[in-house]
Write a protein that binds this ligand. Structure first.
Ligand code: NAP
Length: 306
């Protein structure tokens, strides 16, 4: 059976490498991006550039979107010139953006009325996971629709799990984002304390990483922090958006999240301080600023101690 034609909309940090992996796996690919120059490298690899969102979705069996937040997804899917007005009946739309689960459900309602299936399938794993095709993909939607697109998702992800009906994918992603943001904030406070006490952060990292405090977040962020590498990656402003969606959703369903609310305030402070475009590893800069301590390797100490 020939492979379904895929329309991919949103070729940013994540979308471009995800789309490139689909091409490499032999899927016929049509791409669209608001800033058109970003389509060029995929066209050079064999994708076809669409003239508009409608041109892209109207020619595809599966439309995938990878956009920043709920309003962007609403505009691209349900807007006056959006996917819903152009996609074929019985095609599937898979939104892989991290957005509000409540908006995912609205998108499903809009599309289902036109006999178009919808899945929310946000991802974790960052740009490196998108490039390597090793993302963790958490999908929400009907079982039949999920089974139809699972082989496509498996090209982009190493784990592809259906977590429930539409919206469940984004609930899972919000849970993921709470854990990541709060862990980075905790790493910031822990390393500031140790640095002020005179420890070398590199030695601290090596001493604790294989104990209970060890984690993928610690491994990904601690070395970058102590080497002062804050290029994104996943930007502070996108993580602030995720925690905003967490708190709005939690309010709707009556769940208090005091720790998340505190870290959301830290992210807002960092954005007000002009750090919104830095990697979310820079959440540690909040603890640094209020204590006047910079987490930084101490020259020569690592060698003397180890
Ligand atoms: P990004 O680099 O900012 O890319 C966003 C893309 O969406 C760009 O192609 C942008 O087009 C397009 N776009 C934005 N608003 C639009 C609109 N209103 N209409 C049409 N196109 C629009 O973002 P990203 O880092 O790839 O993140 C995308 C999603 O993945 C977000 O929900 C994010 O939370 C999630 N995510 C990101 C990471 C990560 O590490 N970066 C990891 C996991 C999940 P232009 O080129 O014209 O700006």
């Amino acid at each position: 059976m020939s492979k379904p034609t895929i329309c991919f909309i949103g070729l940013g940090i994540m979308g471009k490498p995800m789309a490139a992996n689909l091409l490499k796996s032999g899927y016929p690919l049509i791409v669209f991006n608001r800033t058109r120059e970003k389509m060029a490298s995929l066209v050079a690899q064999g994708a076809r550039a669409a003239d508009s969102i409608a041109d892209c979705a109207g020619r595809a069996d599966v439309t995938m979107t990878m956009l920043p937040d709920s309003p962007d997804v609403q505009e691209v899917i349900a807007g006056s010139t959006g996917v819903a007005g152009a996609a074929k009946a019985h095609s599937i739309v898979v939104d892989m953006s991290s957005i509000s689960p409540l908006v995912s459900r609205k998108m499903a309602d809009t599309l289902n009325k036109k006999s178009i299936d919808f899945l929310d399938a946000p991802v974790s794993g960052g740009e490196p996971g998108a490039i390597a095709g090793t993302l963790a993909i958490m999908a929400g939607g009907g079982e039949a629709a999920f089974e139809r697109v699972k082989p496509i998702l498996q090209v982009m992800g190493k784990s592809v799990i259906r977590v429930g009906d539409v919206g469940a994918g984004n609930y899972a992603k919000l849970a993921n984002q709470i854990i990541v943001a709060l862990t980075i904030a905790a790493v910031g406070e822990a390393f500031v304390l140790a640095q002020k006490a005179g420890l070398d952060p590199d030695v601290l990292y090596r001493a604790i990483k294989d104990g209970l405090a060890g984690s993928r977040v610690l491994d990904a962020k601690a070395p970058r922090v102590m080497n002062r590498v804050f290029e994104p990656g996943f930007k502070i402003r996108l993580h602030q958006k995720d925690l905003k969606n967490v708190l709005e959703t939690a309010r709707e369903i009556g769940v208090p999240l005091p720790l998340t609310a505190g870290v959301q305030q830290m992210l807002t402070a960092l954005m007000a301080d002009g750090k919104g475009e830095l990697d979310h590893g820079a959440i540690v800069q909040f603890a640094e600023k209020i204590s006047g301590v910079k987490i930084q390797k101490i020259d020569g100490i690592s060698e003397k101690i180890s």
